[in-house]
Design a protein around this ligand. Structure first.
Ligand code: FAD
Length: 403
């Protein structure tokens, strides 16, 4: 029986191992951590946003965005959900298209995969770090801290550098480099932004809906919308994560522009403020926005407009205009992103032009395959990265070869 060795027991590695085993191969899964699926357990804040109903190539990035299309087409969202259901997992889809386990626990996803590995006879070695990978004749020699393995085919599923506390390491790139592969520059992506901290620190823990733009001077480099969360050092939340790739790669001099009431025009906001001034004239000026925004955010917006004391009734028209401007264009100088420790994914990775997109086999080394976060092809926030892990893992696990 042909032996396929899978390096890495994350989402993509487990998908690859189960596929190889289902094809009658002897699948050997090597995982450096004490258990498989450690990162998977932490996904979606412990709920595991395992895919997204809208997953399609246009939600993915990388040097060649079309690279991920064949894998997503051959094993898409419906195939993934049918496969996971067959393994015993019930799921639920939210209005946004995000799919979660019905139990709301990432542990359920890890458990069904773990049991399937056992049931399908995958040979799993945990606490087993691969230190080198060599090609000898028709076979690979895989050296670990505990001994050597030999396999006709190797699937590199060692993930990227992101989420270092959960097992994100550089090993996949290093092992591939030993066989002649290259990687692109690496940046943290789907990660919190560090900004000038005065306002965010005061708003720590406050969530808000906003339209966002990343600008350098007048040039808009990226825009988005959704929930943001103020933190000790800056801003976080799904809408921020989606813009973080731009911040990682665009250099210095960036500003974050936030519109807290994007559904209405500046004139509407001004009219609202005028009504509030008339209605609540004797109340503190800082309470003017309390019916529209989170109370702490409303106060901060008033302060940013220079209205720190006095009553609402004492505010001049110019002061109301300044507040309305802050509501629609609250700016924070961006200092950078947080590090790989906090990042969900790595922007960049193994060069995708060195792998065949239809099989995920290396174009340089026959019998070597790669999948998941190790490849320089990441997705947006919302389940897209795990979909890539499932799709690419399933494709690599077939160990196909194009003549
Ligand atoms: C906090 C957090 C939350 C996230 N939430 C979501 C979410 O809700 N939805 C979503 O779609 N994506 C999410 N992601 C991204 C998603 O987890 C990854 O895209 C996905 O796990 C990648 O799977 P993978 O198998 O390629 O890599 P990994 O899951 O990183 O697995 C790689 C495995 O390889 C092992 N390994 C590395 N080197 C070696 C070696 N030398 N020898 C043996 N084993 C090795 C590692 O220990 C690891 O277990 C999140 C990421 C993080 C960090």
């Amino acid at each position: 029986m042909t032996t396929v060795c899978i390096i890495g027991g994350g989402a993509s590695g487990m998908a690859a191992a189960l596929t190889a085993a289902a094809q009658g191969r002897h699948a050997v899964l090597l995982e450096r951590q004490a258990r498989v699926g450690r990162k998977l357990l932490a996904t979606g804040n412990g709920r595991c946003n395992l895919t997204n109903r809208h997953a399609a190539p246009d939600h993915y990035h990388g040097a060649d965005v079309s690279f991920c299309a064949p894998a997503l087409e051959r094993f898409g969202v419906d195939d993934t959900l049918a496969w996971l259901e067959e393994l015993g997992l019930l799921t639920v889809t939210e209005d946004s298209g995000r799919v979660y386990p019905y139990s709301n626990m990432a542990g359920s996803v890890v458990d069904v995969l773990r049991y399937a590995l056992e049931d399908q006879g995958v040979e799993v070695h945990t606490g087993c770090t691969v230190t080198s990978l060599r090609r000898k004749g028709d076979c690979f020699t895989i050296t670990t801290e505990d001994g050597q393995f030999t396999a006709r085919q190797v699937i590199l599923a060692a993930g990227g550098a992101a989420g270092s506390q959960l097992g994100g390491v550089m090993d996949g790139y290093r092992l591939a480099k030993g066989l002649g592969h290259h990687r692109t520059a690496l940046y943290p992506a789907l990660v919190q932004l560090k900004t000038e901290p005065t306002y965010p620190r005061a708003l720590k823990g406050v969530k808000a809906q906003a339209a966002l733009e990343i600008r350098r001077d007048r040039e808009v480099l990226a825009r988005g919308s959704g929930e943001i969360l103020f933190t000790e050092y800056g801003v976080s939340g799904p809408a921020i994560f989606d813009l973080s790739r731009t911040v990682s790669t665009a250099g210095d001099g960036l500003m974050l522009h936030l519109d807290f009431l994007p559904q209405q025009q500046m004139e509407d906001t001004l009219a609202l403020l005028q009504r509030q001034r008339q209605r609540s004239g004797s109340r503190p000026a800082l309470t003017l926005l309390s019916g529209a925004l989170h109370s702490r955010l409303g106060q901060m917006v008033c302060k940013a407009a220079g209205c720190t004391a006095g009553t609402a009734g004492e505010l001049a028209d110019e002061a109301l205009e300044a507040i309305a401007r802050q509501v629609h264009d609250f700016t924070l100088p961006i200092l950078g992103t947080c590090s790989f420790d906090q990042a969900q994914v790595t922007a960049g990775g193994l060069r995708t032009d060195e792998f065949c997109p239809r099989t995920l086999e290396s174009l340089l080394v026959r019998g070597l395959y790669a999948c998941g976060g190790a490849l320089g092809s990441g997705g947006a926030c919302g389940g897209y990265n795990l979909q890539w892990a499932w799709s690419s893992g399933r494709l690599a696990g077939r160990t196909e070869h194009e003549a």
